[in-house]
Write a protein that binds this ligand. Structure first.
Ligand code: NAP
Length: 373
């Protein structure tokens, strides 16, 4: 009110009454705007209330909007043979209750973010959906009507996760399908079964990961962290890209990590060295392997976006937040200890932040906060 006082606008009785020098007008399509004759400016908001208004209905029967010789709009009442410069629709205006795009913060939940979204015509696939971030992501989509496929390596854990969601909403359309990202054969089989079902695919969330695993080779002869976190997903997207294209608009979301910053793919000779991706045991450090895989996630996501977005398939990578207490730490006691100490200060599974990487600069950019309840 102080601002109104200083601008001399607080001395009228009615809240809706316009201050001196202002006039209420309307556009042809019925939006009300305000003209200030002293400052020669117009604005959509009422100068006192700050509210936006629009005319409640069309012109009454017999009335017509016309333009005179000077280009001024006037309203003609053909029945009573009279005209006026005042838009008769302005006698009946309503407040414009258009919902403004909501901003999310650390207290918003995923269900709030998806609030009122009807995803019942969407098919969503989430890898590693039986626990942690993947589970909450799948749950939030399912509770908004999407047909959600939990692509997991362990069928009993996956079925349990699906049942938990169904317990919450018995109409939820969730199902589990076996997918072991540590096996290219399994990824291929998964894609074949999925394609045979002739389902569309609107959202593919590449979420599954392992961290701080001891060195191990997969059946394909590649280091496990690299294959699960990156290569398995890379292969899955390749195999499903035609389905994604046919389902456009579609999107791929790659769950990466801020920790991608603490590494690169450049070897001692100063050039990109692909052998760093699947190192031998003596050159292996689990955290570095995870960071490199997460860097691959971002490079992959950016390139995929470049290639697929012209076909209506967008791709974003995200950082979900630091040290959230999921089961990601379970392979190493030191990690579990760190996560336990950090737990009171970090986001819980109730608080989740989704961040996108700028496709061109590689810098992090918050697009929205998706906080999962
Ligand atoms: N938590 C954090 O603070 C944090 C921070 C940054 C980034 N992230 C990222 O967030 C994503 C989700 O992690 P989270 O924290 O939710 O961890 P999580 O609870 O351990 O979830 C990881 C999921 O990946 C699945 N998975 C592991 N190996 C797999 C395989 N070979 N094939 C298929 N699925 C496999 C796991 O299944 P099983 O249960 O069968 O092992 C589990 O469902 C990961 O990409 C992670 O890098 C997490």
């Amino acid at each position: 009110m102080a601002a109104l006082k200083y601008s001399g606008m607080d001395d009228t009785d009615s809240e809706d009454e316009l201050p001196p020098g202002w006039e209420e007008r309307s556009t042809t399509d019925g939006w009300v705007y305000y003209a200030n004759h002293e400052e020669m400016k117009t604005q959509w908001e009422h100068p006192k209330t700050g509210k936006k208004k629009r005319c409640a209905g069309a012109l009454l029967y017999g009335w017509e909007q016309e333009t005179d010789d000077k280009g001024q709009i006037l309203y003609v009442d053909h029945i009573n043979k009279r005209s006026t410069f005042f838009d008769p629709r302005q006698a009946f205006t309503v407040e414009d209750l258009q919902v403004k795009p909501k901003r999310y913060d650390g207290n918003s939940t995923a269900l709030e973010v998806l609030h009122a979204r009807d995803l019942s015509d969407r098919v969503v696939l989430v890898t590693g959906a039986n626990s942690g971030i993947g589970f909450e992501t799948a749950r939030s989509f399912a509770l908004h009507g999407a047909h959600v496929i939990l692509a997991c390596r362990n069928q009993s854990r996956a079925s349990k996760a699906a049942s938990l969601i169904m317990e919450e909403w018995r109409k939820a359309r969730v199902e589990a399908m076996p997918l072991d990202l540590a096996s290219l054969r399994s990824v291929r089989e998964f894609a074949e079964i999925f394609k045979a079902r002739k389902l569309p695919l609107h959202i593919l969330v590449c979420n599954a990961a392992v961290c701080t695993q001891p060195w191990n080779l997969t059946e394909d002869g590649l280091e496990t962290t690299f294959q699960i976190c990156h290569l398995g997903h890379f292969y899955l997207v390749q195999l499903l890209q035609d389905v994604l294209r046919h389902s456009a608009p579609a999107r791929v979301v790659v769950v990466s990590s801020e920790s991608h910053r603490f590494t690169d793919l450049v070897g001692s000779c100063g050039k990109v060295e692909l052998s760093l991706l699947s190192p031998p045991q003596k050159e292996y450090w689990s955290m570095l392997a995870y960071n490199r895989a997460k860097l691959c996630n971002i490079l992959f996501s950016n390139e995929l976006h470049r290639r697929m977005s012209p076909h209506g398939v967008t791709c974003n990578a995200l950082h979900p937040g630091n040290m959230m207490y999921t089961s990601i730490h379970r392979s190493w006691w030191l990690m579990t200890l760190l996560f336990t100490f950090a737990r009171p200060f970090t986001k819980s599974m109730k608080v989740r932040m989704f961040i996108r990487v700028n496709h061109f600069t590689g810098s992090w950019k918050v697009i929205h906060l998706v906080i999962l309840s």
